[in-house]
Write a protein that binds this ligand. Structure first.
Ligand code: SF4
Ligand code: MG
Length: 336
């Protein structure tokens, strides 16, 4: 599979009064051509911060990419000067955010908003940009596109507005589409339509999608692979069918606990797991999940587990799966 993006050992922190919050701590993953990779996790798990880092949108200060690389073709995006970002963002990497009302300019017709990107990035003339914008509106399923081009965002329904946002994100046929909770603000039927639309567009354009979500239903519906984030780290990554069928990390097992099959997952959000998320201001030295983990052993409190390959693409960060785990802490699962 051809790689489109490779994030390697990414660390992002935010300066706060009295110290720093380590929001992303050593995240590594690859996004392949034509695939959808979902990043799933509770709020504060670092999934949105990971997405913003790929878009060069970490507010600095207080934020800072402390370490790591984000390889996109020949470039390392962590070292890109701001003026280069204007060329990449919106053109090679498109983005769709949760609330279409905040991503659209209420004072500009939607036609102008779509054409802006095409004219700027593609150096297209007015007529060519107009034609392209109409084609894209057709592609995202907006009826009467010529007429709709002249309308303002408030003249569209919630679902139609999100289609417009997708049209803008697609205007330059980006290699990567980053979607952060793209359907959270929409009702269930519209949500399904938008997810179907994204799949169809991917089929037609060959774009790769990074889907950020807290919703296992969205993962089941759209993704090829899934990365589960907890406390700023990826604790498990693999094929969706594999992870739904046999989650290996205790946190993932907790999330999936009530959902024995992919089909059922379609109507489920994340199950709350007892306990609170880790303190990323003063993270503990060991596994970040130890305080909430029913399997925690002494080593878990003392040393951070490394990532272990359990099969092919399936990787887990847990001492239970680590063949290098200290022998004094054997793999004993608690009685049910
Ligand atoms: Fe639980 Fe230990 Fe695995 Fe962490 S490393 S998830 S505490 S068993
Ligand atoms: Mg978020």
């Amino acid at each position: 599979m051809a790689k489109v993006l490779h994030v390697e050992d990414l660390h992002v922190s935010f300066q706060v009064a009295g110290g720093e919050v380590q929001a992303v701590r050593g995240v590594t993953f690859t996004l392949n051509k034509r695939e959808t990779l979902a990043i799933v996790g509770e709020s504060g798990s670092g999934k949105s911060v990971t997405a913003l880092s790929i878009l060069g949108l970490i507010p600095s200060p207080p934020g800072r990419i402390k370490q790591g690389k984000i390889r996109f073709g020949e470039r390392d995006l962590t070292r890109l000067p701001e003026k280069e970002w204007y060329r990449i963002r919106g053109s090679e990497i498109g983005m769709i955010f949760q609330d279409p009302m905040t991503s659209l300019n209420p004072t500009m017709t939607i036609g102008k908003q779509i054409m802006e990107g095409i004219r700027w990035h593609r150096r297209a003339g007015w007529c060519e940009a107009f034609q392209k914008a109409v084609e894209i509106l057709k592609l995202v399923g907006i009826p009467h596109p010529e007429k709709r081009m002249k309308q303002y965002p408030h003249e569209f329904s919630g679902g139609m507005r999100q289609r417009v946002v997708i049209a803008i994100a697609l205007a330059c046929f980006p290699k990567i589409l980053i979607a952060d909770e793209p359907t959270t603000a929409l009702d269930v039927t519209i949500q399904a339509q938008i997810l179907d639309l994204m799949k169809e567009i991917q089929r037609q354009t060959g774009t790769s999608i990074l889907m950020i979500t807290h919703d296992l239903g969205v993962v089941a519906e759209t993704a090829d692979r899934v990365a589960v984030m907890y406390g700023g780290q990826i604790v498990e990554i693999g094929w969706v069918h594999e992870i739904f069928a046999s989650p290996r990390h205790p946190y993932t097992r907790g999330l999936m606990g009530s959902i024995p099959c992919l089909d059922k997952a379609k109507d489920q959000a994340l199950e709350p797991i007892p306990g609170s998320p880790p303190d990323l201001f003063l993270p503990p030295p060991g596994c970040l999940f130890a305080d909430r983990c029913p399997y925690a052993m002494n080593v878990c409190y003392e040393e951070m587990p490394e990532t272990t390959h359990v099969s092919g693409f399936h990787q887990v960060r847990c001492w239970l799966e680590d063949p290098e785990a200290p022998p004094v802490f054997p793999k004993i699962l608690p009685e049910k």
